[in-house]
Design a protein around this ligand. Structure first.
Ligand code: MG
Length: 391
């Protein structure tokens, strides 16, 4: 039991953390993962998430998700699931709050455009690697060192978010145990991220009138089933409230399935060492350790095949009908043009970069520095820069 939560044998225990790059004295009443969570919340990069597009720009509405509110939703869902699985909730929360911190302005379109600009100079952009640069280097809060000095487990989680890096290709990441699976706390963030945005984007897409109820009903069978129930049960309720009822049941179904299926995968992976379990509370006894999780050939946090199909189907529906919709196309092209043109402005006239970036360009290739500068910008700020230099 830690901080009121049951901690399973396979959870990361804060007292076993591999620690920080720069040793620091213990805090009297916050453990290291709680401090990491708080460091992320107090960072500038975290605050800027508020003005970065998730899917919809501010043009649509002030009550649609942005990167910050998406991040908070991921943290909420992940905390709930982590507590049920006996994972380290503090670590999960820190990982959830930091998971999108490396994203450039303009959502996916911005990421694509920045990567394309870098590739023209023989380099590339990767938001996980960029996130690591932010927390290791760009955030300046402490007199004794650069960066946030986060624990190993949080930095490892940043690097292992939604992809695997090969040690041969990324020797600079070799300290992050690239041959091992990440702890379940980090694995959870990836799946929760998918669940959170797939349901939230249906909601915002419907509110934005880019998706109709009939379209979602026809294209997302799991939603259609719950909608039918909501229409029967609340036959006189407004359509949006019936929609809400259906959507929250989809989210609940997926989160519940993730908990149950992950428990089953953990049990199946158990090497059979019996341990006093929690059968009295309806939870199967767990016997695997964090080392077993790391050594496992595949990740253990996942949806059942049936629900995974539902999630994929929903994601395909969103790609076809929302993310690639002709209505959002002009905005995406705009984003790509703004990033591409500004990138070349600073490449050809580096003296127009802020002096701190000009100094950095003495140590690293100029395209990397221009990329860092652009990636950190909010949607608003990059438009201001565009008006100033290209308008
Ligand atoms: Mg995300």
């Amino acid at each position: 039991m830690a901080d009121g939560f049951f901690l399973a044998p396979y959870a990361v225990r804060v007292e076993n953390s591999r620690g920080r790059r720069h040793p620091e004295p213990q805090h009297p009443y916050r453990n290291d993962f709680q401090r990491d969570r708080d460091r992320v919340i107090h960072s500038r990069a975290f605050r800027r998430l508020e003005a970065k597009t998730q899917v919809f720009t501010r043009r649509y509405s002030d009550h649609f998700r942005n990167r910050l509110t998406h991040t908070i939703e991921v943290a909420q869902i992940a905390r709930t699931i982590a507590a049920q699985l006996g994972l380290n909730v503090d670590l999960v929360e820190a990982l959830a709050l930091v998971h999108d911190i490396g994203h450039p302005p303009f959502g996916h379109a911005g990421e694509k455009a920045l990567d394309a600009a870098m590739r023209r100079h023989g380099l590339f952009f990767d938001h996980n690697l960029h996130a690591l640069r932010i927390v290791e280097n760009f955030e300046l809060r402490y007199a004794a060192f650069r960066g946030l000095n986060l624990t190993f487990e949080v930095r490892e989680g940043i690097i292992k978010h939604s992809r695997d890096y090969k040690a041969a290709e990324y020797p600079q990441l070799s300290e992050y145990l690239l041959e091992s699976q990440p702890p379940l706390e980090a694995q959870l963030i990836d799946v929760t991220d998918e669940i959170a945005y797939s349901t939230a984007d249906l909601d915002d897409g419907y509110e934005a009138h880019l998706l109709t109820l009939e379209q979602i009903r026809a294209g997302v069978p799991v939603f259609a089933g719950f909608l039918r129930e909501a229409e029967q049960r609340y036959s006189t309720a407004p359509e949006k409230l019936q929609f809400n009822e259906a959507l929250r049941h989809v989210l609940d179904r997926w989160a519940g399935d993730l908990i149950r299926n992950t428990q089953a995968l953990i049990s199946a992976c158990s090497p059979g060492r019996p341990r006093p379990g929690r059968a009295d509370e309806g939870v199967r006894p767990y016997t695997i350790s964090l080392e077993d999780v790391r050594a496992c050939p595949q990740r253990l946090v996942g949806l059942s095949p049936e629900v995974e199909d539902e999630r994929r189907n929903t994601k395909d529906f969103l790609y076809k009908n929302l993310y690639y919709s002709p209505t959002l196309e002009p905005e995406k092209q705009d984003a790509e043009r703004v990033i591409a043109e500004l990138f070349e402005v600073w490449m050809s006239q580096p003296e127009k970069l802020p002096s701190s970036y000009q100094e950095k360009a003495e140590q690293e290739p100029l395209p990397r520095i221009v990329c860092d500068y652009i990636a950190g910008m909010t949607d608003n700020y990059i438009y201001e820069q565009y008006a100033k230099y290209c308008g």
